[in-house]
Design a protein around this ligand. Structure first.
Ligand SMILES: Cc1ncc(COP(=O)(O)O)c(C=O)c1O
Length: 394
């Protein structure tokens, strides 16, 4: 990586995540700001979306203000299309709070699926049982820490049981299998550009979709429900359908929208980092491979069939976790639980439903953690962290 990136101040020798915005990005942003450019969503927003579509091989991209907003707008767009409040949606127990929360917020019936013991994506066996029993409308999968789900079987089951597939790719941009990047397997996919992710727009997220109609609804929902960002064909169809003249169209709202927009300032930073996202992903993949080489056979490690694993963090399941956490912290390695653990055991879920024990997800909840795997680590750092882990799990 040629760009100079000042690491953020962090008390740990090996921080869990790190800065992706370079000094050059900041300088160029400062100059751009001084040029009196429009700061709210404008040309750069469109440019960032187009470049993201090109990079991800997707037809449409919609830039929003977080990965959580991307998930929210995907679920709500589907609800608007189906004109049905109580959709049945299947979501992995090993996911993230805001993968599940929109289902609850929008009055959907959320069913949790257990995790696969290798990938930590959905368990295909449990998924089929759920499909048979509940006949759901939607499945949102998560490629946990960059590891792809068992796509062959999931696509087969979704087709067989007529379930619409969405992908939460917030931890996995650029993960690829069979020449296809994640986000393109289902109807739409979400991405996060928060600090510590593969690129960062400070806060930010993206929706991708190869379905043009879905894209138009997401764009409208992103901005109040108006038609301003839509294609001229969609705009004129809407005007005709509702008999709206040009003057009134400026403030006509076709969907019960949100405001989930980002700004051109954020798009500026995103565009700069998009130029080097492939090298970030490559570095993260090399780090994953090195950890695997160092640790395999000594502890459980996450594996999957992807050709490129755009690793977010190195997931481990550890027997004596409390002891290991202390030892790693003492050795100045920053670690966190393996993301949400199991949603079925999170307070917000228990308050709306009841505690749900799912064998693999519960193991992740009780014994999962992840190690630093960001692009600013050297292979030597990975070896040092691996040695500390091997010593700690003895
Ligand atoms: C799987 C997953 N989905 C959604 C999100 C939410 O993204 P954001 O923090 O940009 O809202 C995250 C955040 O890390 C995540 O890991």
């Amino acid at each position: 990586m040629n760009e100079t990136i000042n690491p953020l101040k962090n008390p740990f020798k090996f921080s869990l995540v790190d800065q992706t915005i370079s000094n050059k990005d900041i300088k160029e942003l400062s100059n751009w700001l001084l040029e009196n450019n429009r700061l709210t969503k404008g040309e750069l927003n469109d440019k960032f979306e187009n470049k993201w579509s090109q990079w991800n091989n997707s037809e449409n991209s919609i830039f929003v203000n977080s990965g959580s907003s991307a998930n929210l707008v995907i679920f709500f767009a589907e609800q608007c299309i189906r004109k049905k409040q109580n959709l049945k949606v299947v979501i992995p127990a090993v996911s993230w709070s805001t993968t599940v929360a929109p289902g609850i917020q929008l009055g959907m019936n959320v069913i949790l699926c257990d995790a696969d013991e290798k990938t930590l994506g959905v368990s295909v066996d449990h998924l089929e049982k759920i499909f048979k029993k509940h006949n759901p409308d939607v499945l949102m999968i998560v490629h946990v820490l960059g590891h792809i789900n068992d796509m062959d079987n999931i696509l087969f089951l979704c087709q067989k049981y007529n379930v619409t597939l969405f992908e939460d790719c917030c931890e996995s941009p650029g993960t690829e299998w069979n020449g296809i990047k994640v986000g393109n397997f289902g109807k739409a996919g979400s991405y996060s550009f928060y600090y510590g992710h593969h690129i960062s727009t400070i806060e930010g997220g993206m929706v991708v979709t190869n379905d043009d109609d879905f894209s138009e609804i997401v764009k409208s929902l992103r901005s109040h429900g108006w038609s301003r960002d839509l294609s001229s064909l969609t705009k004129s169809n809407l005007k005709k359908k509702y008999k709206i003249n040009d003057f009134k169209d400026q403030y006509t709202f076709y969907y019960p929208g949100f405001n989930l927009r980002s700004t051109d300032l954020n798009a500026f930073i995103g565009l700069k980092q998009l130029e080097r996202i492939d090298s970030v992903i490559n570095k993260r993949f090399q780090i994953y491979k090195r950890y695997r080489y160092n640790l395999e056979g000594n502890t459980w490690i996450q594996t999957c069939q992807a050709d490129i694993i755009s690793n977010f963090g190195m997931g481990l399941i550890i027997e004596n976790i409390n002891d290991v956490v202390k030892k790693l912290n003492n050795a100045s390695v920053e670690i966190r639980p393996l993301v949400c653990g199991s949603i079925g055991e999170q307070p917000f879920w228990i308050n709306y439903n009841e505690k749900q024990i799912l064998p693999v997800a519960t193991t992740v909840h009780n014994r999962g953690l992840y190690l630093p795997a960001h692009h600013n680590l050297s292979i030597d750092d990975v070896d040092k962290i691996s040695d500390i882990v091997l010593e700690a799990i003895k």
